[in-house]
Design a protein around this ligand. Structure first.
Ligand code: DGL
Length: 272
């Protein structure tokens, strides 16, 4: 294992299967505006959520290796699918660098807000099949009932910008009917893309259900951990994120505008 000296000025490395992890970049920038960010989106191999555990673990290892070239002080796994199935792979490949996953943070926040102890979780096929959210939630509180539903069509809907489209509402109605009668009081958005559809999902499940955005949850955790370890970045300005993708940098740039609501920095192409 190689060691390098990381300082508060080192970047936070964030990766995802594609563009969805930008919801985590946005959440980090909102509460940690002085941090340098290096982001890798594996646009050549997205989606991960419909692939096998073996493949997802191999990709996770390679994605971490790409970020390690930039000597990050922390790695954030923005992809719920990788958090569910391969966080241990990332921790091993990162050596002494702390690695946080969106899933643990989202589960913790959901447990802290649920009063009725009935939580709904939506995510990709792989995330829901892994049962990782239910395990993480029940490890914190075994009395909580967890109901999960895979909503794979939400990912392309978000990427098409169908955030408030009748077709998206129809599909949401179909998927989220799963929760009727279970009386959940909390719904975890267990996939990077879903915060883009948050308004529409909230209207579909109706008022009175707390929506948990795991991107915000992991950003809060990152801030706590950096503060505890004396690694908070100090630079006065807000640096623009350094963006890496494995395919179609221009398309990534267009989606960046949708996810971030701001202009795109340069996007660099890397091999996987
Ligand atoms: N990033 C994935 C997740 O959060 C969604 C897209 C994919 O399936 O790769 O689970």
């Amino acid at each position: 294992m190689h060691h390098h000296k990381n300082t508060p000025e080192s970047p936070i490395g964030i990766f995802d299967s594609g563009v969805g992890g930008l919801t985590v970049v946005r959440a980090i920038q909102a509460i940690l505006p002085s941090e340098r960010i290096i982001y890798f989106g594996d646009t050549a191999r997205v989606p991960y959520g419909s692939k096998s555990q073996v493949t997802i673990r191999k990709y996770a290892q390679e994605d971490t290796a790409i970020l390690m070239r930039y000597q990050p002080k922390m790695i954030i796994v923005a992809c719920n699918t990788v958090s569910a199935l391969a966080l241990d792979v990332v921790r091993k490949a990162g050596g002494s660098i702390p690695a946080l996953g969106v899933l643990e943070a989202g589960a913790e926040l959901a447990v802290s807000v649920s009063r009725q102890k009935r939580i709904g979780v939506i995510g990709t096929q792989a995330t829901v099949c892994s049962n990782a959210y239910a395990c993480a939630i029940n490890e914190l509180d075994p009395d909580i009932e967890v109901h999960s539903k895979a909503c794979p069509l939400f990912v392309p809907l978000a990427e098409e910008g169908f955030t408030d489209h009748p077709a998206a509402r129809l599909i949401a109605g179909e998927y989220l009917r799963e929760f009727d009668g279970h009386e959940i009081d909390t719904l975890v958005l267990g996939c990077t893309h879903y915060p883009i559809l948050r308004g529409m999902i909230g209207q579909t499940v109706g008022p009175g259900i707390r929506i948990i955005d795991s991107a915000e949850a992991v950003a809060r955790r990152a801030k706590e951990l950096l503060a505890e370890t004396g690694m908070l970045g100090m630079s006065g300005e807000t640096p623009r994120p350094h963006l890496l993708v494995s395919d179609l940098p221009q398309k990534f740039g267009m989606l960046y505008r949708l996810f971030m609501g701001s202009d795109v920095p340069d996007v660099e192409l890397v091999d996987v």
